[in-house]
Unconditional design. Structure first.
Length: 509
């Protein structure tokens, strides 16, 4: 089953059950078993949750961290943990069973079906109620803005740091060997890539400067190149209060020219179009690439892998920004990865219990428990720095509660277990990025025409980009496509609709 079909199936199932709930006035015992959860005034609150997990396996019900969470929040948790690979399918099964959870994670809040359900009243509008929970209100404005549907907040955002996104991670030991500085411009980056390729500091044949890949519908790990030239996150940039499609911007053409030159000179993998994420990263571990775009939180693990491969002096640094003709640019994140929705059938008293639970998860104490575990067992503190125990650093599975609890932390995209001096340096890099970072202005916006035809256009555009990079098509072919799209009524309709949605969201705030 494709992701698209699975997603549509999921929301169809939700909609069907929502109609049943509304039609029955919320009194169906089977449907409301999870949502209405019986609780005594003295005893713990029963909370059922459906969420994702990225660890090797989900925690057992008697897991010590889970029990500690229950103790500190006076709750009894019933969590359905679902792997990312079949998240939507598992959600379908849960919905079909009639056992609706109190809190359900929706990862794709820009999905048209989800937004239509929200407009029809399937979920609680938490826009006013959430203001009573101080830790949740510490989330950045962008976190809430990117989740609004017609000006209303139909869930609790799963907050994420806005700074520290995928930018080049560079082998600093290679830079030192070649007496080079960390690049700050696209021209300097190109020069570093060329030096890495020509000198192969680890002595590996077929060394390239920058490893990465593209996806079927986007630039994948090379997205940072495109955005450094266009000066915006995503496909659109704001010009005079309107969204302008960067496909038509000359800077997009320049990004393709830059990548094509890098390909022709062997500075990027010749098979980049076939590589997967791990394969591209493995080139760094093998000493065949000195740069890989990723978040700075990957540095501790990558350095450990490099050193295990015999590269004792290996180290990496994250580039906070890159400069092109459009000025300095760093990517600003959306501030969230989905949100937890609460079905309208849940009574307000229970809704407030759920918000209280998530508010604890957004507190310093809740975040510490989710991210670092229990003091003395999983970590010790060195000033403000958390130092994981050896057993914890070798097995981060105890961090599963981060799939539910999340505190906003400007420096949350930095790795754990970093020495205090290096941590201070990396926080400084995050601060540099924050001064110039630009968000995707169209994040969370949907259009009727875009929902129907957008993915087809995206694939067509990306296909030509890939061919141009590989010299299988010329930049003149790009010019022809741009001219065609400028007169394509459906493509222009998408741009008109996305602008209408953008203006509507701005006026609703």
């Amino acid at each position: 089953m494709t992701r698209k079909k699975a997603r549509l199936g999921w929301f169809t199932a939700i909609l069907a059950i929502t109609v049943l709930i509304v039609g029955c006035g919320g009194n169906n015992d089977a449907v409301n078993k999870g949502a209405a959860g019986a609780e005594s005034e003295q005893g713990p609150t029963d909370i059922s949750v459906l969420t994702i997990y990225y660890q090797k396996e989900p925690p057992a019900p008697d897991n010590r961290i889970l029990k500690e969470v229950e103790k500190r929040t006076n709750t009894k948790l019933d969590v359905t943990w679902v792997t990312p690979n079949n998240f939507n399918e598992k959600v379908n099964v849960t919905l079909a069973s009639g056992q609706l959870p109190d809190l359900m994670l929706v990862t794709d809040t820009g999905n048209a079906a989800f937004q239509n359900m929200a407009k029809q009243g399937a979920f609680w509008d938490l826009g006013e109620m959430i203001k009573d929970y101080p830790n949740l209100m510490k989330f950045p404005d962008i976190t809430f803005t990117n989740n609004l549907v017609e000006g209303k907040l139909y869930g609790v955002p799963r907050v994420r740091p806005t700074e520290g996104n995928a930018q080049p991670l560079i082998r600093t030991d290679w830079l030192e060997k070649l007496n080079l500085a960390v690049p700050t411009t696209m021209d300097e980056l190109y020069a570093v890539m060329k030096a890495f390729k020509e000198n192969a500091p680890d002595g590996q044949k077929g060394t390239v400067g920058l490893s990465g890949y593209v996806n079927q519908s986007d630039m994948g790990q090379f997205t940072f190149v495109q955005e450094a030239f266009t000066g915006t996150g995503g496909k659109y940039k704001v010009v005079d209060g309107k969204l302008v499609d960067t496909t038509f911007d000359p800077s997009m053409r320049k990004s393709l020219e830059w990548l094509n030159n890098a390909y022709e000179e062997g500075l990027i993998p010749q098979d980049f179009a076939l590589l997967k994420h791990d394969q591209a990263k493995d080139m760094v571990y093998a000493g065949k690439a000195g740069i890989f775009p990723d978040k700075p939180n990957q540095i501790p693990t990558m350095v450990k892998e490099l050193q295990a491969a015999g590269k004792a002096d290996a180290d990496l640094e994250w580039t906070p920004y890159l400069e092109s003709e459009n000025g300095k640019y760093a990517s600003k994140g959306t501030g969230h990865f989905g949100m937890f929705v609460i079905m309208k059938s849940v009574k307000e008293e229970k809704v407030r219990k759920l918000l209280e639970f998530l508010d604890y998860g957004a507190s310093d104490e809740g975040h510490e428990l989710a991210a670092y575990g229990i003091e003395g067992e999983d970590f010790t503190k060195d000033g403000d720095n958390y130092v994981l125990t050896e057993s914890a650093s070798n097995d981060l599975s105890f961090q599963f509660m981060q799939n539910i609890f999340m505190k906003y932390d400007k420096y949350g995209n930095l790795g754990t277990g970093i020495a205090a001096e290096k941590l201070k340096h990396e926080r400084g890099l995050i601060d540099q990025a924050a001064e110039v970072s630009v968000s995707n202005p169209a994040s969370g916006l949907i259009t009727e025409t875009g929902s129907k035809l957008g993915s087809d256009y995206d694939k067509r555009i990306q296909d030509l980009k890939t061919k141009i990079i590989m010299s299988k098509a010329a930049l003149e072919d790009w010019d022809k496509l741009v001219a065609e799209l400028q007169t394509d009524p459906n493509y222009q309709k998408i741009i008109t609709e996305i602008n209408e949605a953008y203006q509507a969201r701005n006026s609703a705030q």
